[in-house]
Design a protein around this ligand. Structure first.
Ligand code: SAM
Length: 236
C-alpha cells in the first residue's frame, strides 16, 4: 500500500520549506493540492514536477475516495494546502479520516503554521493554549463562540481575514475586560512582518487609525480570576 504524507508549505517565506518536504514532494506519485495553480508555482520554484490532483473544500469528499484507491494501488500521495499546515483551517481532515479508516498509513511532516508562529512571539502564555481558527460568520454561532473564547483561561489563537479584522476586534472589545491584552501578528515570515501588542482598546485604535491589510493571526490573553469575577457580576 501507499502512504499519505501531510506536507506543510510556507506561509509567506519560501525559505521555510523544509528539505524533507521538498524530497517527499519530489518522490511521491501524486500531489493532492488545494489549488493546483498555486502549488504549481511552489513546485516550479523547487524544481518539483510531480503530477497533481485537486483536493479542495468543495471536492474533498469525492477526492478522498480517489486518494484511498490510489493508496490501495500502491501509489504514494502528498497532501498540501495553499499555505501552512494542511487540515489546520484548511482542507485535509476528511481525507485523513478516510485513509485511517481504510487502515492505510498517514505520515505528517512538521512545518510552517501561522498559529504556533504567532503564539511563540506573542509574549502571552504559550501553554495551555486554544486554537480556534476562524470564528463563524453566522450571528448566533459567532456570539456563542465569542463568549466561549473570552471565558477561556488559556491563550486563544484566532485566524481572521483582513477584510473582517476590524469587525472582529470591535466584537471582542464589546465583551472583553478593557485591560486584557491581545496581540496581532501581521504578515508572518514576510518582509513587512509586524507585531501589534496592547490592550484590546489600544489594538482597536490601531486598526481604526490605518488601513488594515495583509494576513493576521490574533492571540488573546486568557481571562484571569479577577476579570472573571467582574464579568460574572455583570451578567447576573
Ligand atoms: N493552514 C494554515 C496554517 O497552517 O497556518 C492556515 C490557513 S487559513 C486558510 C489562512 C489564515 O491563516 C489567514 O487568514 C491568517 O489568519 C492566517 N495566516 C496565514 N498566513 C499568515 C501569515 N503569513 N501571517 C499571519 N497570519 C497568517
Amino acid at each position: 500500500d501507499g502512504v499519505l504524507y501531510l506536507v506543510p508549505t510556507p506561509i509567506g517565506n519560501l525559505e521555510d520549506m523544509t528539505f524533507r518536504a521538498i524530497r517527499i514532494l519530489k518522490e511521491v506519485d501524486w500531489i493532492a493540492a488545494e489549488d493546483t495553480r498555486n502549488t504549481m508555482k511552489l513546485c516550479h520554484h523547487f524544481e518539483i514536477d510531480t503530477p497533481m490532483m485537486s483536493t479542495h473544500e468543495h471536492n474533498e469528499m469525492e477526492s478522498r475516495e480517489q486518494i484511498v484507491k490510489k493508496l490501495h494501488n500502491g501509489e504514494n500521495i502528498a497532501l498540501v494546502s495553499d499555505a501552512g499546515t494542511p487540515c489546520i483551517s484548511d482542507p485535509g481532515q476528511y481525507v485523513v479520516q478516510a485513509v485511517i479508516e481504510a487502515g492505510l498509513p498517514v505520515v505528517p511532516l512538521p512545518g510552517a503554521n501561522a498559529a504556533v508562529t504567532a503564539l511563540i512571539a506573542s509574549g502571552l502564555t504559550p501553554q495551555p493554549f486554544l486554537f480556534y481558527g476562524f470564528l463563524s460568520r453566522k450571528k448566533k454561532e459567532r456570539e456563542q463562540q465569542m463568549q466561549d473564547v473570552l471565558n477561556r483561561s488559556e491563550s486563544v489563537i484566532l485566524y481572521e481575514s483582513p477584510h473582517h479584522l476590524k469587525q472582529t476586534l470591535d466584537d471582542l472589545k464589546k465583551w472583553m475586560h478593557e485591560g486584557r491584552r491581545i496581540v496581532l501578528a501581521r504578515e508572518l515570515t514576510k518582509r513587512y512582518e509586524q507585531w501589534i501588542r496592547g490592550t484590546i482598546g489600544e489594538v482597536v485604535q490601531w486598526a481604526e487609525d490605518g488601513e488594515v491589510r495583509g494576513e493576521f493571526c490574533l492571540v488573546i490573553e486568557g481571562i484571569n480570576e479577577e476579570e472573571e469575577a467582574v464579568l460574572q457580576a455583570e451578567w447576573w
